[in-house]
Ligand binder design. Sequence first.
Ligand code: NAD
Ligand code: MG
Length: 396
Amino acid sequence: MSQAPEGISILGATGSIGRSTLDVLRRHPDRYRIIALSGHGNLQLLAQQCQQHNAQFAVIADQTRASDLRAALQAAGSHAQVLAGANALVEAVELEQTDTVMAAIVGAAGLQPALRAAQLGKRLLLANKESMVIAGPLFAQASAASGAAIIPVDSEHNALFQALPDQCKTDLGAAGVEKLILTASGGPFRLADAAELEGVTPAEACAHPNWDMGRKISVDSATLMNKGLEVIEAAWLFHAGPEQIEVVVHPQSIIHSLVAYRDGSVIAQMGMPDMRTPIAHALAWPERIESGVERLDLSQMRQLEFYEPDTQRFPCLALAFAALRDGGSAAVTLNAANEIAVEAFLNEQVGFMDIPRIIENTLNRYEAGPVENLADVLAYDRAARRLAQEEVRDNV
Ligand code: NAD
Ligand code: MG
C-alpha cells in the first residue's frame, strides 16, 4: 500500500474481542500499525501482545500496577511506553497517531475513552455495547459534531450496518426500512424449564454453544440480557424506535441479523459465527479484507430455525424493551443493575434467576431523568449500582 498505515489503538486488547482483533490485524501488517494496547487483569498477556505487535504504548487504568506492567514489558522484550492511571485510556485515544479506536472493554468502564474517540472524530469500532446503551444520545451528538464514523462490531449490529444502504444508515424512513430484526442464539438454556434455570451455575452459563466470549457477555447471552442490551444499542446506532426492532431466536447463529424493507424485501447478513468477520468488516469498511474466518458452506447447513423469544423464562429481554421505552436514565439503570447482578452471580452470591429480579427491583426504585451529558450518565450509573448492591444484599 502506498498510504501510511492506519494507527490503531485497542482498548481491552487482552479480552476475547481484543485478541480476535489482533488476529485479524496480524494478517495485514502493511495496512495497520498498533499504537496502544490496553489491559486490566492479565499483564503478562498484555506485555506479550505489545512485543508481538510492536505496540508503541501499553495502557493500564490502575496506576498501582504501572511498575508491574513495566516489568512484564521488559521480561517480554517489548519497548512499549507505559500509560497508566485513571485518564490513561483517554490519553491513548487522544494520541495523534491513533486514527482508529477498537473499543473492546467490557461494561460501563469503557464509556469515557470510546466517547472521547467519537468527540475527536476518530474512527470508532464499537464492540463495547454497554457504552452505547448508557450514552447513546451522547455518541450521536459527538459523531454529528466531529464527523466520527461509528462502526458497530457487535455481530448483529454489524450485520444491520451491512444490510442498510450507505447513504441513510441512521435515517430508516429514507431508507424504506420497516423493521430491524436482531437474531439471538437463545443461549445455552434455550430449552431449559423454569426449575432448571433456577439452578444454573456460572460454569454452565459461561459455556455458550456457538460463541467463545468473555464471562460477562456469556452470562448476558444466557439470560437474554445480551439481546436486550443489543435492542437498545440498535435503537441508538440506527435511530430506531422500540416498535421498529424485533428479536428472533435463531439457534444456528448463521444469520446475524436482518433488515425488513417497505416493499417486502428482507436483507440478511450471513456467515460463520466468528467475530473476526465483523471485526474485519469494521476495520476495513467500506473495503473488505481477509479475516481468517472459515467459509460458510451452505451445502452443510441442513436447517436454519427461527423462534419467537420467550420473555416468561427470560424476563431480561422484556426489561430492556421497557427501559428503552421509558428512555433517559432507565437504560443506564438497567445496564448498571445488570453489571452488578452478573458479577454477584459469577461470585456465586446470587442465583441465575436472581439476575432479572435484581434488575427489575432496581428499576422499580431508580430516579428517572434525562441523559444530557457525561456527568448525568456517570451519576445515574453510580446511583443505580448502589441500589442494585442493596438488592444483592437483600437477596443473599
Ligand atoms: P472480555 O472479558 O474477554 O474482555 C474484556 C476486556 O476489557 C479485557 O481486555 C479486560 O482487561 C478489559 N477490562 C475489563 N474491565 C476493565 C476495566 N474496569 N477497565 C479497563 N479495562 C477493563 O470481554 P469480551 O468478550 O472481549 O467483550 C468485550 C466487549 O465486546 C463487551 O462489551 C461485549 O459485550 C462486546 N462484545 C463481545 C463479543 C464477543 O464475542 N466476545 C461479541 C459482541 C460484543
Ligand atoms: Mg451480539
